[in-house]
Ligand binder design. Structure first.
Ligand code: ATP
Ligand code: MG
Length: 767
């Protein structure tokens, strides 16, 4: 016991005023330490602060020792911050907080102690997604399942889904297993689990699943944890999934000292199995739970808060809450339309430079994107201007596996001697050139002092390799030669596109039903389109090496770039929200896959985005994006329309538009565009619609109209009711057509050229 801090020490370490900085409701939530408590409150109301203070309070009042507290957060970063905040209150005593971490980290610790109960050894390994896929692939092959049709990644996704719902193979509902390989899902799942056990390994999903199995089938073990964990605390509770809920419920059953904080409006992981229903379940499973609501927001100014609240009000599926702030005044949320993605990155970079000139820091600025492909333009701009930046929660754009693969192909086309590139892609996508063959080849190259390509050319003339490998390698070399020959006469974006298609790289991604394959395809499209800005392949590759060479700016004062998903719980003085365009945000995929539910989750994501801002929130949308070298015109996100007009304004100080010369510049760019992009876009209708998008138009459209020499964004109620079936309409993307059906603000239109499409009423005008 001697190395453990004594409670009296803890009490002495307590600063007398840690409770005084709280408002009455927060204080109630902190002091109601016994029994179940649910804090349900909007963004920035101090939920995390309450949780941390509560933990400190429990320690400071001697109710528990640090190792008797279980606190789960969503990310390691959040866990680290929680420790720091507690340390600031209770001092070194916080070091004993062994059980503060993510669900996964804590579950892994518990599993180590009881691994044998699920047939593992305490030394078990946690495999990553690559290993998981490899393992599943072997399994599918052994079972003679067509792994092109039923991919390993698809199955891995299913397994993950089942584990998130707390279903071990013997608990899997019958219908679930039917989804895969003609009703063989359940059997394969059981085999996969058995395989993992033999390997003394588990995947991420297993951590919680094994915990649940152990705790629910060994009452003695469970009782031990009831004894141990005197108090349990959970942050971001709205994003917990069923498995996490079951786990918490098991652990909290004993003492019932469970405190969860969350916000249903910020539930953004439905696609990963998070259940907002867990909030409702809480009161049922823990009868007599105290529910505390916090309504005062301490983070954002009044305009930011009102804009976010106005937006989220459009969601039907919510519990509803009030929010207010004393931070009156402040800037309105700025909404800007720009020409394209490049203009958007220019705008953001300019504003960051202005922020720095105003004696502020880079790290106070965050760029929150919906999809990773959006990062590219910002990263390149920042490299060029030497603005330090950091990508949080994922690789930088140019460091992503698919981007590196694409670059490796290009490098090998450019230079046959690039062995690193050769090694990277000789079997990507899989062509049946296994690791042993590659090692043989590289050994040969080293021995002969030649490049891998040269060695390969020799090798395929011999019988050193198995016939199938030899054929595959010859085909690869032939492909490379063909692309090399093409490269002189083909524009480099087109070259890369061809390589990606002909090598089977994109096909492999398309077939693969894994959760990240679409994102990777989007990133590749973005890559292809961005290459057009360089004169030659060589110039492009040089540029890439420059971008890659930039020191990792971690820890330094740098702009923070991340997805909206990873921004949860964080706050920044200046927040940029780019790409608010239909299809990008809300994401088309999410709407296609989950309809209204998907749209509402997107809207919650927008709410999370705006509420990250303390002083300034700046939304932007581009009129055009280039996809595979073709321009497509974009429509502003419906979320732009949904922002309350009183809290929003369009900025003009950037010079991209506004009454002055800027506007003329923008106009002349549009003229250029009309002549460059061909007849389809130059039609009067297109012109009209573009102008309408930017300078005001029929009701229901997000309008940017001129006022006081500036452009002001206004938003009006949707134009529902303004149309009747049978009416002719015009749509920017699809052209002319006739309305066949109307459902709320959605119109079904039979377009003359584009066929039948569902569109939003505010995006069409009467023809
Ligand atoms: P989110 O929903 O985004 O996770 P949250 O509810 O967890 O937000 P916190 O991050 O805990 O909110 O708090 C938001 C900001 O308000 C923080 O900067 C925090 O320090 C501050 N804050 C919270 N409560 C108070 C208070 N009583 N007095 C002063 N500042 C406060
Ligand atoms: Mg929080």
């Amino acid at each position: 016991m001697s190395d453990q801090p004594r409670i009296s020490d803890l009490a002495r370490a307590q600063p007398p005023d840690y409770l005084s900085g709280l408002n009455p409701e927060q204080r109630e939530a902190v002091e109601a330490v016994e029994g179940p408590v649910l804090v349900l409150a909007g963004a920035g109301t101090g939920k995390t602060r309450v949780l941390t203070t509560r933990l400190a309070h429990i320690l400071a009042t001697g109710r528990a020792r640090p190792w008797e507290l279980l606190a789960v957060t969503f990310t390691n970063k959040a866990a680290r911050e929680m420790r720091e905040r507690i340390a600031a209150i209770v001092g070194p005593a916080s070091e004993g907080l062994r059980w503060v971490g993510t669900f996964h980290a804590v579950a892994a610790q518990i599993l180590r102690r009881h691994a044998e109960l699920v047939g593992l050894k305490p030394s078990y390994t946690i495999i990553d997604v690559d290993d998981q896929e490899r393992l599943i692939k072997q399994l599918l092959e052994a079972e003679n399942i067509d792994s092109k049709r039923w991919t390993a990644r698809h199955f891995a996704g299913l397994v993950d889904h089942w584990k998130n719902r707390g279903w071990a193979p013997d608990k899997l509902p019958k219908a679930e297993g039917a989804h895969f390989a003609n009703n063989r899902g359940q059997k394969l799942y059981a085999m996969y689990q058995e395989r993992l056990r033999v390997l003394n390994a588990c995947d991420f999903g297993d951590l919680l699943l094994h915990n649940i199995t152990i705790l629910s089938s060994h009452p003695d073990v469970l009782a031990d944890y009831h004894q141990r964990f005197r108090y349990i605390l959970v942050d971001e509770y709205q994003d917990s999934n069923v498995a996490q809920y079951l786990w918490l419920r098991l652990l909290a059953q004993g003492r019932q000292n469970l405190c969860c904080v969350g916000d249903d409006d910020q539930s953004i992981y439905g696609w990963r199995g998070a259940e907002v229903d867990n909030i409702l379940r809480f009161e049922r499973d823990f009868p007599g739970a105290k529910v505390i609501r916090l309504e005062r927001n301490y983070r954002s100014t009044a305009h930011i808060l009102a804009a976010a609240s106005g937006l989220i009000a459009a969601n039907r599926d919510r519990l509803g809450k009030t929010l207010w702030t004393e931070a009156e005044g402040g800037a309105k949320v700025k909404v800007r339309g720009v020409w394209d993605g490049e203009a958007e990155s220019r705008l953001v970079a300019d504003e960051i430079e202005r922020w720095i000139k105003g004696k502020r820091r880079y790290r106070e600025c965050a760029i929150l994107v919906r999809a990773s492909f959006q990062m590219r333009a910002f990263e390149e701009r920042f490299v060029m201007l030497q603005i330090p930046y950091q990508v949080i929660g994922g690789p930088r754009f140019f460091e992503r596996a698919e981007i590196r693969d694409a670059h490796a192909y290009l490098r090998l086309v450019q230079s046959e001697d690039d062995d690193l590139a050769f090694e990277r892609i000789v079997n990507v996508p899989k062509r049946g050139i296994g690791e042993t063959s590659v090692q043989k080849l590289l050994g040969l190259a080293r021995a002969g002092g030649v490049s891998a390509s040269v060695a390969a050319r020799e090798l395929v003339l011999t019988d050193e390799l198995a016939p199938r490998t030899r054929t595959a390698l010859s085909a690869f070399l032939r492909d490379m030669d063909r692309w090399r020959a093409m490269s002189a006469a083909t524009p480099h974006p087109r070259l890369l596109e061809t390589i990606l298609e002909e090598s089977g790289y994109t096909d492999a991604l398309r077939l693969d039903k894994g959760p990240t394959s679409q994102t990777r395809l989007d990133n590749l499209k973005e890559l292809v389109q961005s290459m057009g800005a360089f004169d030659s392949l060589q110039a492009y590759l040089e540029h890439v090496s420059l971008v890659m060479d930039l020191d990792r700016a971690s820890g330094e004062d740098s702009v923070q770039i991340m997805t909206l998903h990873s921004a949860k719980g964080l706050e920044f003085p200046l927040v940029f929200l780019p790409g608010w365009e239909e299809g990008v945000f809300p994401s088309q995929r999410s709407m296609d896959e989950k309809g209204e539910k998907g749209l509402e989750e997107e809207r919650r994501l927008a709410y999370v985005g705006i509420t990250r801002a303390r002083e300034e929130a700046r939304i932007s949308f581009a009129a055009n994006r280039q996809v595979y070298g073709r321009w497509t015109s974009q429509l502003p996100s419906r979320f732009v329309d949904e922002l309350p007009a009183a809290n929003v304004e369009a900025a003009s100080e950037t010079g991209y538009y506004g009454g002055g010369p800027g506007m003329r510049e923008a106009n002349s760019r549009w003229d250029d565009a009309n002549s460059t992009f061909g007849a389809g876009y130059a039609s009067p209708g297109w012109r009209r619609a573009q102008e309408r998008n930017y300078r005001g138009g029929p009701a229901g459209v997000s309008q940017v109209i001129e006022g006081e020499g500036r452009l002001v964004a206004v938003s009006e109620p949707s134009a529902s009711g303004a149309f009747t079936p049978g009416e002719r309409v015009f749509h920017v993307k699809f052209g002319y057509g006739r309305i066949t059906q109307i459902e709320g603000n959605k119109l079904t239109v039979a377009f003359d050229k584009a066929g039948v499409k569902k569109v939003i009423d505010s995006f069409v005008e009467k023809a």
